[in-house]
Design a binder for this molecule. Structure first.
Ligand code: ZN
Ligand code: ZN
Length: 271
């Protein structure tokens, strides 16, 4: 099967100190055929402040250096994880345009509260102390994801980690899944599939695989065919974690392909 991990971070992201050559070395050691760097560009930063730029020069420089060093041994792609595009759609579009021809892949994500809780990253809330907040986090994420897929479909190629709030809700000891929100999730997936976009199976460094089988089934039933895989590594030792299992899971769910992106066009690899 085509081993690929197309969600990873380096020191260009505010929450990673990794150097790209070390990440690519780890990708080679894990036997990956393709690896994509997707540094964070959140239109709302960790503290909920509006941000309006991305350091493309640094991103492209490190990418070119890695290509020169490793080219030919692995397919390397340049992506971006664009967060909260719905908070500033025009700015988001301008940033993507600045990425130019070389931009291979846009992961559309939502890490923040929008219009509540100070707009901060969902990471900072304490769901254990207020379980009602957990429901609000999921509902806010799904509402803004709906806005993304219906109003800003040009701002993503693959819908990143739709389960993102559950990472922190579970961290705080509150049990929750997206089962209670099936209708909303299916509506989002139908929109994604109809728009020719993908969803991401995000393994969260190999820690989060169990939540995906029902979501893959829903996506398939909603007409979805394209799924991207990402370990969301922020350090070299996290690269490709859970990817072999994710490929098996995709196959078991009846998908025929795993999808990667080149110059924002999907490339389908037979499973
Ligand atoms: Zn993310
Ligand atoms: Zn990420």
């Amino acid at each position: 099967m085509y081993l690929c991990d197309i969600h990873s971070h380096t020191s260009i992201s505010p929450d990673s100190q990794a150097q790209l050559p070390h990440m690519v070395r780890a990708a080679l050691d894990a036997g990956l055929r393709e690896f994509c760097v997707t540094d964070h560009c959140d239109l709302l930063d960790l503290d909920g402040q509006l941000t309006a730029s991305f350091d493309w020069a640094a991103s492209q420089r490190q990418f070119h250096d890695a290509q020169a060093q490793f080219g030919g041994r692995i397919v390397l792609r340049l992506g971006i994880e664009l967060g909260s595009a719905t908070a500033q759609p025009e700015t988001a579009r301008a940033i993507l345009a600045q990425g130019g021809e070389e931009l291979d892949f846009v992961l559309g994500s939502l890490h923040n509260w929008i219009g509540m809780e100070g707009g901060r990253d969902l990471y900072y809330s304490d769901y254990g102390r207020d379980p009602a907040l957990a429901r609000k986090a999921v509902e806010s994420t799904l509402a803004h994801t709906w806005t993304l897929v219906t109003q800003c479909p040009d701002c993503y190629d693959s819908l990143a980690h739709i389960v993102y709030p559950l990472r922190y809700i579970r961290r705080d000891g509150v049990e929750m899944s997206l089962a209670d929100y099936e209708e909303q999730v299916r509506a989002i997936f139908t929109q994604v599939a109809a728009g020719g976009r993908a969803i991401e199976l995000n393994t969260c460094r190999g820690h989060d695989l169990d939540c995906w089988p029902p979501l893959l089934r829903w996506f398939k039933e909603c007409g979805g065919e394209m799924v991207t895989l990402g370990a969301d590594a922020h350090r070299p030792d996290q690269v490709a974690k859970g990817i072999p299992e994710a490929l098996q899971m995709l196959q078991a769910a009846g998908f025929g392909y795993v999808t990667t992106y080149e110059r924002r066009r999907p490339v389908l690899h037979k499973l």
